[in-house]
Design a protein around this ligand. Sequence first.
Ligand code: NCD
Length: 315
Amino acid sequence: MNAQPQRTPVSKLSIPHKHLLSIEALSREDINTILDLSEYYVVQNRRKSQTNALLKGLVLVNLFLENSTRTRLSFEMAAKRLGADVINMTVEGSSIKKGESFIDTLKTLNAMRPDLFVIRAGEEGSAEKASNILECPVLNAGDGTREHPTQALLDALTLRRHFGRLEGLNVAICGDILHSRVAHSNLHLFKKMGVNVKCVGPTELMPLAAGGTQDMKAGLSGADAIMVLRIQKERMQKALSLTEVQYFKTFGLTAERLAFAKEGAVILHPGPMNRDVEIDAEIADDPKRSLITTQVEMGVAVRMACLDLLTRSAR
Ligand code: NCD
């Protein structure tokens, strides 16, 4: 009989990082630690009384310089469930609109001594820049096309809970990989965790290094899970050569194409979703195949785990 793996008690879990800037900087062990603690918060969040006072008295600043529904709310929800106060800031309401530089904005915020800082920005490396100025832990909520670490962690938690493991799974990432920080973070995570990845989509949306295919049948065959991505028009230098209708015809995930994958294969999408462009509206809602709303639920737990771990040394 196999010995049960020794689980570290949640109070003893730690990661050797001050900030969460990228998946690239995390080890396999760090990722497992975050996922293990997230499991604990999934349970807490499903209870009637969902909050605790772990971060009571701490203030989290949520600076979003790009639009967001899921990620911004999820960080806010996570912080509040841990008892922290949250200040939300958007570019529209900030002095960036009056011409203040990004760096001066960060220096101003640092002078107010927040306890945690979450940032989403359109420029690659923004979170790293913030971590050089802010004295508190900085969490990257998406920096341009580069990384979106908490999204990859919540995707991993969703997959690990569904399949009971990550190692050896076959995942197809489908769509606009070139402009997707979600794909980039996931590619790092999957490599570290022993997940086999195939990239599939139009060549013009495929990074050279991804070694992907344009052939949906080849790309999806054998997949346990398919991660579908939105066409990120706002990041494109030149317009896509396909119309949305043509894209759906060739690359949209439909029931027929889903059948190329393994029987019972599941669907992930980070949102926001454009129905009948990258994914057929009906299969996106199929409760037997779609884990899209589970991803959103896991997002809150993952962010609670990250906020908890990054404040452990200061508490
Ligand atoms: C993604 C993002 O902003 O990178 N969404 C998210 O955070 N859940 C994906 C996207 O915008 O397509």
